[in-house]
Design a protein around this ligand. Structure first.
Ligand code: GAR
Length: 210
């Protein structure tokens, strides 16, 4: 059996996606080794979740760096110190520089609470409600230089109900995020993804992959 994939996870908030990854890893369903969890926000619940499971954590404040690039260089330094091979953005709410994105090309994934390319950016759930969408959902994608524009690995849809609030829709979407983010990580860890330009072939959309 091959060795588990060394993963670094970047967070900024409550860390329910992080928790889903940890739980699946601990139950033996995810062949990864979570080397480090980094937050750009101090004392967030996500850091506590990681610490409870004995995972190394770092708080690196972007405010202590003169530029976006300087902060990103420090992120890469720490991730490489831990020999990370896949970087997962799990509720990391800060834009990354094009240098960082280029450095981690096809080794950097993000989860977003809409079916991209609909509703990129902040408050995707509120955008869906305000638009009057009947369906929304979530996407896991390889990060590129744009804002939520990278190629999609897996997406899931949920209904938008007439009495939904931002909170109730967020909760429904999060339940799907907790399924599709670990799934995307599993495919990458198992080498079950093929990339051809913008197209991503996975076991779900292509019977010839694995
Ligand atoms: C998730 O809904 C994730 O999709 C979103 O932040 C939330 C983090 O929740 N990310 C973005 O909007 C990125 N553009 P969590 O901290 O409980 O995992």
């Amino acid at each position: 059996m091959s060795s588990p994939l060394p993963v670094g996870i970047l967070v900024s908030g409550s860390g329910t996606n992080l928790q889903a990854i940890i739980d699946q890893q601990e139950s033996g369903d995810l062949p990864i080794d979570i080397k480090i969890v980094i937050s750009n926000v101090e004392a967030v619940l996500a850091l506590q979740r990681a610490q409870r499971h004995g995972i190394d954590t770092r708080y690196i404040s972007h405010k202590s760096f003169a530029s976006r690039l300087a902060f990103d260089i420090e992120l890469t330094r720490v991730l490489e110190k831990y020999r990370v091979e896949l970087v997962v953005l799990a509720g990391f709410m800060r834009l990354l520089s094009s240098d960082f994105v280029a450095h981690w090309k096809h080794r950097l994934i993000n989860v977003h609470p809409s079916i991209l390319p609909a509703f990129p950016g902040l408050h995707a759930q509120r955008q869906a409600i305000d638009y009057g969408a009947k369906l929304s959902g979530c996407s896991v994608f390889f990060v590129d230089e744009g804002m939520d524009t990278g190629s999609s690995i897996i997406q899931a849809a949920v209904p938008v109900l007439s009495d939904d609030t931002e909170e109730s829709l967020s909760e429904r979407i999060l339940r799907e995020e907790h399924r599709i983010l670990p799934q995307a990580i599993r495919w990458i860890a198992e080498g079950a993804i093929r990339i051809e330009g913008r197209r991503i072939y996975t076991p779900e959309n292509n019977s010839e992959v694995n």
